[in-house]
Ligand binder design. Structure first.
Ligand SMILES: Nc1nc2c(ncn2[C@@H]2O[C@H](COP(=O)(O)OP(=O)(O)OP(=O)(O)O)[C@@H](O)[C@H]2O)c(=O)[nH]1
Ligand SMILES: [Mg+2]
Length: 410
């Protein structure tokens, strides 16, 4: 049997078959194998074909040798195909992007990448939700013993959850182990802690040196500026026996002027009514003989507020006046912060908290004071003139607020 092997690119198969037929005739038996050649990792490349062709050899009759018999059959010895004959597009020349297989794989990779990104995003979301949950859980986690009670008390008194917790945690740190079972001691530690956090070094030089003081009250409408001014005037004049004069820049309502005029007449104090910054400066300067000059302002509209803020700034700069911002203790922490910010440009250097008798929750005040840089000068606690004002050091005023923030809403 005669067997021959042919090999070439699959697209050349017809030509190979012709070759077989030519070489071995129509009776040749054929076995065909296809395989891939070239490409990368099974991608790309060209399909090749290998053909084994066999034919029964006819016996030679005249003893001619095999070669001559072959010659008779016009048999060409197997030969290698020339490079040109086998030339097909080189796998390397196939544009990878154009190949359908590559396209499919790329599409699949893209889908896979999206799926992975999706999973990652979901994992990240889960992670951040977990972190949030943990933060909430931390806020919920009870503190040891009485400190948990302290935290709850502060919250009940209007303090935010975060502040109540962080203050109670601060108290834990300064409370020695031996005192931790005694709630009275813990309350004392809390007050001590508040004093250490809030009290500022107040400039008492003018008060101590008994120098002439010019005090201007500013603040939003209805917080008690005029009433507080009257309380201050009565205390300075009647209790401290100082020479006092009053000036009002609140000319918005006749009633406002009358309010102060009536009071001035009752306790026999001079009152100037001024309509411009110029008049105000003149009036203040004309009171050089007085120990205390008290200036009332109006804050009925944002425009008034702006005008009065400018006035206060002017007096502070030119005369060295003390600017006291009056805020009502009944205001929410967030509003207290917003109002104090609004009045910052007046350069206020003291804070008065009015109407502390009208609130039972002192938590918001503590929260505000923790954030405020300016020291407290007075607290007012009622409508009665002159009694309902608390004259005390800032330390004592803060102590009072801190103690009440543990007593208010039980
Ligand atoms: N409960 C209580 N009421 C107060 C206190 N201080 C003032 N008031 C009352 O608050 C109201 C307004 O007081 P005013 O002194 O007129 O307030 P104001 O800031 O001068 O008001 P405007 O001049 O209109 O901006 C009055 O009814 C006062 O009696 C206080 O400490 N406690
Ligand atoms: Mg007033």
């Amino acid at each position: 049997m005669k067997i021959k092997k042919y090999e070439g690119p699959e697209i050349d198969l017809p030509r190979l078959m012709l070759q077989v037929k030519h070489d071995l005739g129509d009776d040749a038996l054929i076995k065909k194998q296809t395989y891939k050649k070239g490409g990368l990792l099974g991608i790309g490349g060209t399909r090749w074909v290998r053909i084994y062709a066999s034919v029964e050899e006819k016996p030679t009759t005249n003893g001619e040798d095999r070669t001559s018999a072959e010659k008779k059959m016009n048999f060409d010895p197997p030969r290698r195909f020339t490079t040109d004959e086998l030339k097909v597009e080189s796998p390397l020349m196939i544009s990878i992007d154009d190949s359908p297989a590559i396209k499919t794989i790329m599409e699949e990779l893209k889908t896979l990448r999206h799926a992975v990104d999706d999973i990652k995003r979901k994992e990240d979301r889960k992670e951040s939700e977990k972190e949030k949950e943990e933060a909430v859980n931390i806020l919920d986690k009870p503190l040891p013993g009485w400190f948990e009670y302290l935290r709850k008390l502060l919250e009940k008194n209007g303090m935010s959850r975060e502040t109540a917790r962080s203050l109670a945690e601060g108290v834990i740190e300064i409370t020695p182990a031996a005192e931790r079972d005694d709630f009275d001691r813990i309350k004392e530690r809390f007050v001590e802690y508040m004093l250490s956090l809030i009290v500022k070094e107040r400039d008492m030089s003018a008060e101590e040196a008994d120098e002439k003081r010019v005090i201007i009250l500013i603040g939003p409408t209805g917080v008690g500026k005029t009433t507080t001014l009257a309380k201050l005037a009565a205390n300075f004049a009647l209790l401290e026996e100082k020479s006092v004069s009053l000036i009002t820049a609140d000319t918005y309502r006749i009633a406002a002027i009358d309010q102060l005029r009536t009071f001035a007449q009752i306790i026999n104090l001079p009152l100037d009514v001024v309509f411009s910054p110029f008049e105000l400066k003149k009036a203040v300067n004309s009171q050089v003989d007085k120990d205390v000059v008290l200036v009332d302002t109006a804050g009925r509209s944002p425009l008034d507020e702006e005008k009065m803020t400018e006035l206060a700034e002017l007096l502070k700069e030119e005369i060295g006046a003390e600017v006291h911002l009056v805020l009502s203790a009944t205001t929410k922490t967030v509003d207290l912060k917003a109002i104090s910010k609004r009045f910052k440009s007046a350069g206020y250097d003291h804070l008065i908290l009015s109407k502390i008798d009208e609130t039972v929750t002192y938590g918001p005040l503590i929260e505000f004071l923790l954030d405020e840089e300016i020291p407290l000068s007075y607290l007012t606690n009622g409508q009665n003139v002159p009694d309902d004002i608390i004259f005390a050091s800032e330390r004592d005023l803060i102590e009072l607020i801190a103690k009440r923030s543990l007593e208010g809403a039980k």
